[in-house]
Every structure is written in structure tokens, then in C-alpha cells.
Design a binder for this molecule. Sequence first.
Ligand code: ADP
Ligand code: MG
Length: 352
Amino acid sequence: MTVINEKTKTNTPPSALSENKEKLVEVKNVKKYFPVKGGILRRTVGHVKAVDDVSFNIYKGETLGVVGESGSGKSTLGRMILRLIDPTEGQIIFDEKDISTASQRKVRSSRKDMQMIFQDPYGSLNPRMSVGELIEEPMLLHEKISKDERKKRVVELLETVGLGGEARFKYPHEFSGGQRQRIGIARALSTKPKFIIGDEPVSALDVSVQSQVLNLMSQLQKEFNLTYLFIAHDLSVVKHISDRVAVMYLGRIAEIAPKRSLYKEPLHPYTKALISAVPEPDVTKKREKIKLEGDMPSPSNPPTGCPFHTRCPEAHDRCKAERPELTDMGDEHYVACHLYTEEDGTVKRPLH
Ligand code: ADP
Ligand code: MG
């Protein structure tokens, strides 16, 4: 790629997104290292660096898509944001409250505002509970409302997700995969949350059903003014639903940008490879597929320097030695790649 050098970082004006929108979630230098036990004494012999120094914001009303191969730390990141697990280091601010250090009791009061939709609704829905009980359960945990109110809300929610109120008398096994995911969505909505994390919510569904569930989620977002973190393992799923997209690799963010600029002008070689795998409907625009060599290294023993250098077609000496930091390329496009900075940190800009 041709690049021009710039002596100094240009002061690009903050884009409309960061200027006008309020932050709902702030993730600051968050890490999660899981201890690895070994030997007969079960001592800690190392760590799985599942999330390794990640920072970003989520703005009110937007959908941030997060993509990356299996094992790149997406679910761990989501679970930390909901404080289902504690971060090893770093801060997570939700709606101006620091939930990374707050007691579990304090977190409980925020929890009704944040919910999760899981990949496998069957695994996450207790098969012995009726659909009505399943949707009611989060309300019972978080809110003091009468039985009649609860029933009314269950019926409303089932209608909202397109299943109809009568579905409350049935059990999860009586529904198809897509319908079960609708039950999962109704359950997540039952506490009237502000923020929902979808952890690969359509990955287990047939492609035709995927788009129905994605459309439903988009409609609900508008209707209830929701903010989404939407996790997926490939870029085609998040393309329509996301406003911005973050690409993760081995526990770190490789690139984060508004959707349009990420898909049109990916900068990180890893993002370029992922985008080349997205099916292009227009045959005249057929892209060359970039095939990545080898597998993702183990997060318990990540490569030195840039975590992607072992598979990167553009890796050079600096990539083995120095870890690239996320760098502002302007217009809210950030990339962590040495192709875009001089050794002294000066930003190089791609030339179009
Ligand atoms: P993704 O959702 O992107 O597939 P995960 O967040 O599930 O990735 O996992 C990231 C890494 O952390 C993986 O190597 C996984 O094996 C490891 N990991 C996840 N949860 C635990 C845990 N509770 N204990 C130990 N290692 C874990
Ligand atoms: Mg996962």
C-alpha cells in the first residue's frame, strides 16, 4: 500500500458520533487473565490472556458489532461488561457508574438495565419452565410488580417478539430454533433494559431465520431505544445491524471504526482477510480472497509484538518486537498496526 508521511498527527474534528452522542458504556484498559493450573499441586503455571488491554466506548442508541475468531475473547469481554465475571484489571463504566469495582449488591441495581441474549437459547432456557415463567423470572429478580402486571407484561412481550400471548403456556422444546431465540429476546426485554449484549445470538440459526431475528432486533432497538453490543464470529452477520464494528484478535482490538469505513476501507491486514471472506453479491466486484495461514496462536502463549504477526502477510521486523497500539486514523477509525505509524509514533495515512 502507498502511504504518505505526516510530520504531526492531524487534528481531525471529532465526528458526529462522538460529538453528539452520550456514552453508555466505557471500557478502559480492561484485561481478563484466567489462571492455568498445572502439576499435581494444581499451582498456577500460567495465564490465558482472554482479554488483554481493551478500551472502547459504546454510545447510547448505537449497535457496536464485535467480531473475531473463536477464542479471541469476545464472550469474556461481554461477560465482564455485564459483570458476570470480574476483570483482572481495568475499569468498566455503565451509565456513569463504575461497575468494575462496585460490590455485587450495587451491580444488582444496574443489572436490570443490562441483559444478554445467548447463542444457544435452548441451553440458556430451563426446559422445565414454561415460556411464561421464563420471561417472568428476570422481573421477579429485579422488580416489585404485581402478579397481574407481570402477566400483562409477559403477554405484551410475547406479542412484541411475534410469538403471541398464548405461547406462555408452552415449553421451550415445543418451539423451533428461531422461535426459541425470540423467547430469549422477550426474556432479555422483560426488565426494560437500556443495554443488551447479543453473544452470537444468530450463529446457531439457519441463514433465512438469522435475518428474521436480526430484523426483529433492529425493530426492537428503535422501539425501546436500546443500545446493543452484538458479538459474531464473522463480518457478514454484523454488517447490517452495526453502526460501528470492532475486530478482535487474541484478546485485543485490531481495528474499530464506523461500519461504512471499516467495510469500505479496512486497514488492518486481519480485517482485510475477514472482509475478503464476506460473500459479495455483486459478481462484477468479485474480491480476491485472502487466505490466512495457520491457526490463531494460544492466548496462554501469545506471540511477542503484534499478536497477528505470525499470520500476517505484511509483517516486518518491528511487528515481532513491538506491540502496536490502537491509533486514531481520523473519523473515528482506529487501527493497531505498524503499517500506519513511524517508529516514533507519527501517523502515516493511507493514500487513496
Ligand atoms: P470467544 O467468545 O471469542 O470465542 P472466549 O471469550 O470464550 O472467546 O475465550 C477466550 C479465551 O479464554 C479462550 O482461549 C478460552 O479458552 C479462554 N477462557 C474463557 N473462559 C475461560 C475460563 N472460565 N477459564 C479459563 N479459560 C477461559
Ligand atoms: Mg464466544
